[in-house]
Design a protein around this ligand. Structure first.
Ligand code: ADP
Ligand code: NI
Length: 218
């Protein structure tokens, strides 16, 4: 199989797995992450098959989307073998998809990613901020019946993975402080950081306007 055929097969596999999801991890999220990764690949010398393959597959075995992530990881490995990726390529892709999530980066000993992994992580994080990020947070919050805003509930300062997933007392607006405003400083590559700064400002302006309207100041 050529590189193009392998990538097309991975795209189709991801589409089959992701297109039914309604938590903001829909396939349109995957395609945006792939587009961002392609953009970052223009500035960074990483392997395109590993980078884009991992971008397509990064949410397929996510533990919040599937009951048995280990089983899905195994399934992904078998699929990648079938389309003739080497064991080394498969291990690199699986390592990235296993380790890139925000929840993993909350651990005391966050995993170290290759340049390809850093690009996919940046691309995934870019999709959580800016206008798209605002939309996804509201969509996720609605799906989980979160309160929109409550000035009495303060954002949580330091959270582990379980606390991050616990949505009692969570508000959509607090999610900006608990996660989204932190992502710009966490970007790995200079290009992603530059894009993130612009998107971050957009979220700051959005919250200023939101609170002014909330308090009838405007
Ligand atoms: P990851 O796969 O990186 O762990 P998440 O599951 O944390 O990503 O986030 C998926 C999307 O849902 C992101 O756009 C994120 O900002 C949003 N999201 C996650 N948790 C919340 C929350 N408590 N309230 C609102 N939006 C959230
Ligand atoms: Ni993602």
């Amino acid at each position: 199989m050529t590189y193009e055929e392998q990538l097309a097969a991975i795209r189709q596999y991801s589409y089959d797995k992701m297109s039914g999801d309604a938590t903001g991890h829909n396939f349109d999220h995957i395609e945006r992450v792939v587009r961002a990764a392609k953009r970052l690949l223009k500035e960074e010398q990483a392997d395109p098959l590993i980078t884009l393959g991992a971008a397509y597959l990064h949410d397929v075995a996510d533990d919040k989307l599937v009951d048995d992530p280990d089983k899905l990881e195994l399934e992904i490995k078998e699929f990648l073998q079938k389309i003739d990726l080497t064991d080394e390529q498969i291990n690199e892709i699986i390592y990235i998809t296993h380790n890139l999530s925000f929840s993993k980066s909350l651990s005391d000993n966050p995993p170290k990613l290759s340049l390809a992994g850093q690009i996919v992580q940046d691309s995934d994080r870019l999709d959580a901020i800016g206008a798209i990020g605002i939309t996804r947070a509201i969509y996720y919050g609605g799906k989980h019946s979160e309160t929109i805003y409550d000035p009495e509930i303060k954002p949580r300062e330091k959270m582990n993975k379980t606390e991050y997933r616990n949505l009692d007392d969570e508000t959509i607006i607090n999610h900006f402080y608990e996660k989204l405003f932190k992502l710009t400083d966490m970007m790995n590559t200079p290009t992603a950081k530059r894009i993130a700064q612009k998107r971050n400002q957009y979220m700051v302006d959005f919250l200023d306007e939101f609170k002014a309207e909330w308090n009838a100041e405007k």
